[in-house]
Design a protein. Sequence first.
Length: 352
Amino acid sequence: MIKNILRFGAIALVFAIMFSVLFLIYSTITFYNPDQEIELQSSVTPDTLKVNTAYSLITWNIGYAGLGDNMDFFYDGGKQTRDTKARTLENLDSIKKFLTQNRTDFIILQEVDFESRRSYHFNQVQAIGQALNYFTFYATNYQVSFVPVPLNNPMGKVNSGIMTLSRYTPQNAKRIQLPGLSPWPNRVFNLRRCLLITRFPMNNGREFVLINTHNSAFENDSLKLEEMNFIRQIALNDYEKGNYVIVGGDWNQLPPNFAPDKFGNAYETKAFKPLSIDSGFMPTGWQWAYDPALPTNRYLERPYSKSCRTIILDFFLLSPNIQVSDLSTINLNFRYSDHNPVKLTFTLGSIQ
């Protein structure tokens, strides 16, 4: 009897090891490894933006409509993997309503899902695009056939990315791969971070360059700095050509000169310890635009309450030739996402 039990246990162990090895081989073979640069769209008749004219922009990490105020999340120290289908669709409907009722010239979104188990395989890209009827551009940054964690309720299939919407037709839109990879095998289950860059011609012969970013959160600090240096070089290169540059999104870092305990609670956990961007990271004249009065992100170790950890991770970097007219975080109390949207009004200045 004991021998049979041991024999059965040994066979089960061998099959488990074989399955794990085959699963890792499959995941490695299907690893999402896009080209460094992918043109998403181009136009021979783009719209021309004007100098000394006010434009508006919203950035919002919508948390795939699955991280509302009722949620905790295993990656942040909570227990849940996904919300109910009903609440996820309710959140998405509320996100669409907010964006249609608060229309801006440009919208940059992060964590927008397409055929993911965690968002019940709903096409959020199509739903948001149709609701606003803007020019829509989407860049995949998370494509995994099966994410095996947590073991008791795996995330499963994930297709997600960043999305830029615009009232105006750009000259082109491109996905640009950010540098750096996590060690194997973690890399085959993690995001492939990228930029979504849209370019618009100006009536003074220059270009307005809008860069949508969602930087690394849980990776090591050296990879985060590699991403930041890459973004800095792209921004500086365009500004040196006389172009206007805005980088916005979820940086997963603290803006320069921001006190991490501003909102009176501990901001670090074992899972997430954001860096602070150095005040000298960009040359003089470049502007970090954020609203210091309100948090843009709440931690997910438990459902939202006033005692939750909150912080600022969502903001903008603007070149010196752009003037900020207004900037505010819109306090939704994290009802539909673990992030609040941030609205910027800006003017593209004349070239002296």
